[in-house]
Design a protein around this ligand. Structure first.
Ligand SMILES: NC(=O)c1ccc[n+]([C@@H]2O[C@H](COP(=O)([O-])OP(=O)(O)OC[C@H]3O[C@@H](n4cnc5c(N)ncnc54)[C@H](O)[C@@H]3O)[C@@H](O)[C@H]2O)c1
Length: 443
């Protein structure tokens, strides 16, 4: 079966979710493109968008419509090739294109529709029993020996393979959020994974213009393997600082150090809020039983989630309050657990900044560094200056950076990543860091 045949009937499970809707968008455009190639004239391309609520699926169709129109309007040259033999106007081409993309999608709440597919993208909720049930039911009821690309963030692929009885017809195709924008895909295979699946996974990634980083089949893989430990370290630093500074100022201090001093796009607690504290807690829970030598768990995180302080996004994409409070995307407060309310950032900011001390000389924020041709030299200069500062902020930043490096090196040592370069690539492309954690800036 060639690539186009394999992709002529695709299903996305969890299509109304955050990740599923993005995967659906990418695959609808890919299937549309394949359908327009003359050699595929005989094929009837179909994309099943499967989820549990019809209403949510209708909403997703609107999302696909809006995004496809936007993509066509932004880059009309990308769709012109489909209409080269017609004399349609640009607006007419856009409408035809959007109609064509939507025409490929079949929204459905019936899992059995996936039994017609030869390739299934699984992006249902992160629940191992649910994923195993969905995949094994499709597998049992299909006579097409379907291939499964799961988007699980933490469940080992060999476990899914064994439990769902897939005989190596599954791999981890771990998109980052949002799938249509983020370039990174972590590709997780097992000893059992059929080589043809791996070849096709590379082909899909290449056609979607994604960067593949291979990760070995260890719970959490590379991205969450680093992120979860980074977050747990940050929490332990907050707990350490609390006796001197109090909880609220400590939390803000560690967030500031991890963003400003380390020149990252977001502070660690802002990142947890972005992902959702309940999601972070959930990933830790899934990973923990598989990682024998560590306890990947935080009581503090549990307390926040239990109190409903979860972060995540509102339906309009705006940030919900979590560890931190947000107004128009800006941090304006920090949650005080004792008071059960947010403390105004302005009331603590100067004291925290005074405690941390100044940023190093020639400092540049992440936004500027990331675009600078001289990025490496600038980082060397800034972090050398940081090492000479000897302030609490600089000390914490160095400790944090060295811990992040240690996490990266351990991912290689524990055979999660094949190399330090792969760890760095995941943090650079999936988390938009300006530099990888395995570096020599802080030694
Ligand atoms: N959100 C992220 O940042 C992110 C990043 C990478 C990977 N992932 C992974 O992607 C997967 C989906 O995560 P998400 O954030 O999109 O979650 P989500 O909650 O937004 O979406 C999950 C979807 O699965 C659907 N679902 C639940 N039960 C179902 C069933 N029986 N049949 C069909 N659909 C069902 C839900 O209705 C929902 O629409 C998870 O495995 C997650 O770990 C998430």
């Amino acid at each position: 079966m060639n690539y186009a045949n394999r992709l002529s009937n695709v299903s996305v499970l969890g299509a109304a979710g955050k990740m599923g809707s993005g995967i659906l968008l990418l695959m609808s455009q890919e299937l549309y493109d394949l359908s327009k190639q003359p050699e595929n004239n005989e094929l009837n391309f179909s994309l099943n968008a499967i989820d549990i609520s019809t209403e949510a699926l209708q909403g997703i169709l609107k999302y696909i419509e809006k995004q496809s129109r936007k993509a066509a309007e932004r880059k009309p040259e990308n769709i012109r090739k489909y209409f080269s033999e017609s004399n349609l106007t640009e607006e007419e081409m856009t409408e035809q294109y959007v109609k064509g993309v939507l025409g490929i999608i079949h929204p459905s709440t019936d899992l059995m529709d996936a039994t017609k597919s030869t390739l299934v993208f699984e992006a249902a909720s992160e629940d191992k029993d649910l994923k195993i049930k969905l995949l094994s039911e499709i597998n049992k009821n299909s006579n097409l020996f379907p291939w499964f690309f799961t988007n699980t963030s933490s469940i080992p692929i060999h476990f899914i393979d064994e439990q769902a009885g897939l005989n190596g017809r599954v791999l981890g195709f771990h998109f980052y959020n949002p799938p249509a924008v983020q370039r990174l895909v972590e590709l997780i295979t097992t000893e059992n994974t059929d080589a043809l699946l791996v070849e096709t996974a590379h082909q899909v990634a290449k056609r979607l213009r994604k960067v593949i980083v291979p990760s070995n089949d260890v719970a959490g893989f590379i991205g969450n393997g680093h992120f979860m430990r980074d977050a747990l370290f940050a929490i332990s630093e907050v707990e350490r600082l609390t006796s001197d500074l109090g909880f609220v100022k400590s939390l803000y201090a560690v967030n500031s150090v991890s963003q400003k001093f380390l020149i990252r796009p977001m502070g660690i607690f802002q990142l947890c809020d972005y992902v959702g504290n309940d999601v972070v807690q959930f990933i830790l829970k899934v990973m923990n039983p598989y990682i024998e030598k560590e306890d990947l768990h935080s009581d503090l995180l549990d307390r926040f989630v239990d109190a409903g302080i979860k972060g995540g996004q509102n339906p309009d994409g705006s940030q919900k309050n979590g560890f931190l409070k947000y107004e128009s995307g800006r941090i304006t407060g920090v949650y005080d657990f004792e008071k059960g309310e947010y403390v105004d950032l302005d009331s603590i900011k100067s004291e925290v900044n005074e405690f941390l001390g100044p940023l190093p000389e020639n400092y540049k924020p992440w936004k500027e560094i990331i675009r600078d041709q001289e990025k490496e030299n600038l980082l060397t200069t800034i972090f050398s200056a940081l090492k000479n500062l000897n302030t609490p902020g600089a000390q914490l930043a160095i400790k944090y950076a060295l811990q992040s490096k240690e996490i990266g090196l351990n991912l290689v040592k524990d055979k999660v990543a094949n190399s330090a370069e792969d760890v760095n690539k995941v943090l650079l492309t999936g988390f938009y860091h300006a530099y990888g954690p395995v570096n020599e800036y802080f030694d």
